[in-house]
Design a protein around this ligand. Structure first.
Ligand code: ADP
Ligand code: ASP
Ligand code: MG
Length: 482
């Protein structure tokens, strides 16, 4: 008998986590909004000006969390990977250019020249250190985090000045004093008790009298070394700070007016969703909807803080409200897609009626710090995809020769790449008769590598060749949503 199951990605919300043991309604809320602006929203002076207008029109917005200006983190990640001298100076020049465009629009008295020089010099030093060949991988990951953190330090330095030039009482705040994490460089886990403690101690009074501008994505460990929360992590930062401060709302300002039924870049007829539940939105984020970092809703659920998602380009275009309960729970809510999936298939006759085989496989994967995402099993084989959410490494990079050696001692291993996971997000999927008919009708012309369904009533996942994925999403969207 074949079985399929879905192992929760580390970030996913279990339905049971909605029923928290703490009664958050008894914790008095701080009546402020925490606003997060993504990379495109702070890409240049014009975009920053729109954000400033928006903040000025919303008196409850007291804490502002920023991403790096669009493109900067990618440049810094390249530098962290150790470029040759020519590529390094070109990349540094590209980073400087983005900062200089914004600086050029500031009057001399508001130009944060010294702070910018210090940050750019430090980037230079760190980029040089990353070029060194003989450093340990731990040191490299530590240097990389400090380096990429500079994108957010630069954008917040400049945006504070943009607001000050507008006459706003804006203060720059280095979030690393509050956003305490473990030492897993590249994808650190936040420590919410410490974050709450430091937020209470250092941020609470500051937001009472100022508009505080701080960094998303970055934090620090026990030794005060800089860490990062994984790519796209600024959304998560905003939600964590909201939980730490007991804020009454989080607003995620991005380049689209809310969460759509699928990525509007893929299906132009995708439409915005007005209200969505925490569980549905978390499933979407987990299964690849880039609009939210997958962990964003965990703090929001724990503290029951509603999240709004809107467009900083067009704030009056409305947006999506994510909250605990919604009036409607449609069978089909949205489609998402996660590219660059790696599938490991392990075959072994020993698996037949054996006990403990999977436990051994998972122990090996855990030792290699690999998080398993989807899994399907048959009598003598098991297929699993690797979770690389938020990581700067792809799945195949995680499959090192030493991992393969260890697995080969146990079974035969096949590795497949160029796969994409398409997920249909909805409600009561496991209880609704006939829900599969339309789905399989659309999928019938395509080869399907794997299907995961049944563990959650909120998702149905298929792993397909990457070249077919956009077409499948378009076809499913047409059949189920248009
Ligand atoms: P930011 O820089 O503001 O964090 P991102 O690029 O991370 O913005 O996320 C916004 C992008 O997410 C949109 O431009 C859109 O292409 C993509 N996206 C993917 N899935 C969805 C979806 N279901 N709804 C809306 N946007 C989506
Ligand atoms: N700047 C970081 C990134 O590009 C974090 C973020 O934008 O949320 O991944
Ligand atoms: Mg993002």
């Amino acid at each position: 008998m074949n079985q399929t199951s879905h192992i929760q990605a580390p970030y996913s919300l279990k339905e049971s986590s909605l029923h928290t043991h703490t009664d958050f309604s008894s914790v008095p809320k701080l009546d402020i909004t925490i606003a997060k602006f993504g990379g495109t929203s702070v890409a240049n002076f014009e975009a920053m000006t729109r954000c400033a207008d928006l903040i000025l029109s919303q008196p409850k917005t007291k804490l502002v969390v920023l991403s790096a200006s669009a493109g900067v983190t990618n440049h810094l990640v390249k530098l962290a990977n150790g470029l040759d001298d020519v590529a390094k100076s070109e990349t540094l020049a590209a980073v400087r250019l983005i900062q200089e465009e914004i600086l050029g629009h500031l009057q001399t008295e508001f130009q944060p020249n010294q702070a910018l020089t210090n940050l750019l010099d430090r980037i230079d030093v760190l980029a040089k250190e990353c070029q060194t060949k003989n450093i340990s991988s731990d040191k490299r990951r530590m240097l990389a985090d400090e380096l990429v953190a500079h994108g957010e330090l630069l954008s917040t330095t400049l945006f504070t000045a943009v607001l000050q030039q507008r006459g706003v009482c804006a203060v720059f705040f280095d979030v690393r004093g509050v956003m305490k994490t473990d030492s897993f460089f590249g994808r650190a886990m936040p420590k919410i008790e410490l974050i709450t403690h430091y937020a209470e101690k250092t941020l609470k009074d500051l937001v009472a009298d100022n508009i505080v501008i701080t960094q998303g994505f970055i934090g620090s460990n026990e030794q005060d070394q800089t860490t990062t929360l994984g790519r796209g992590g600024s959304d998560y930062s905003a939600a964590l700070l909201a939980e730490g401060l007991h804020a009454s709302e989080v607003a995620i300002w991005t380049d689209v007016p809310g969460i759509y039924t699928t990525d509007p870049r893929i299906a132009p007829l995708a439409r915005p969703i007005k209200n969505i539940s925490f569980v549905e939105a978390a499933e979407m984020a987990t299964f690849g909807a880039k609009i939210l970092h997958p962990a964003t809703l965990l703090p929001a659920v724990r503290a029951n803080i509603p999240v709004f998602i809107g467009s900083s380009k067009d704030p009056n275009a409305g947006g999506t409200y994510v909250s605990q309960v919604t009036e409607e729970t449609p069978l089909f809510r949205a489609l998402t897609l996660r590219r660059d999936q790696t599938l490991l298939t392990l075959h072994s006759l020993q698996m037949l009626h054996a006990r403990g085989f999977l436990a051994e496989v998972f122990a090996i994967l855990a030792r290699h710090q690999i998080s398993v995402d989807l899994i399907t099993t048959s009598e003598i084989s098991v297929s699993l995809t690797l979770d690389t959410t938020g990581s700067t490494t792809t799945g195949d990079a995680l499959i090192t020769p030493s991992l393969i050696d260890e697995l080969n001692a146990l079974c035969r291993v096949d590795v497949e790449t160029d796969l994409t996971l398409v997920a249909l997000i909805g409600n009561h999927l496991t209880k609704s008769a006939g829900a599969g008919a339309d789905i399989f009708d659309v999928l019938s012309p395509y080869p399907i590598r794997s299907i995961c369904f049944g563990a959650s009533s909120h998702n149905f996942c298929v792993l397909v060749p990457s070249k077919d994925a956009d077409e499948i999403v378009k076809a499913l969207h047409k059949k189920l949503f248009e």
